[in-house]
Design a protein around this ligand. Structure first.
Ligand SMILES: [Zn+2]
Length: 84
């Protein structure tokens, strides 16, 4: 995936997860804890799937065939967290 496009996607997803953390502070304690847990789990998962190396391939998925592409973890995050 193009580095500029990936960075734009990563910023949108990070902004969404930051928003979830902010929302968590306005919730009852237990609901806020669960929102923070979900956001933290997504950050961890996305961190494990950050493209690395010269060819910018996912560091968490088996080597893809063909050209480097965004892995399924980032595709799901983009579809759910980066839409308007
Ligand atoms: Zn991956």
């Amino acid at each position: 995936m193009d580095e500029v496009l990936f960075r734009a996607l990563a910023e949108r997803v990070a902004g969404y997860l930051d928003g979830v953390d902010r929302l968590a502070t306005a919730q009852p304690w237990e609901a806020g804890r669960e929102l923070r847990r979900l956001a933290g789990a997504w950050r961890s998962l996305l961190g494990q799937h950050t493209p690395t190396g010269r060819k910018r391939r996912c560091g968490g998925c088996p080597a893809p065939r063909g050209s480097p592409a965004m892995c399924s973890v980032w595709r799901v995050a983009g579809a759910w967290f980066a839409r308007a």
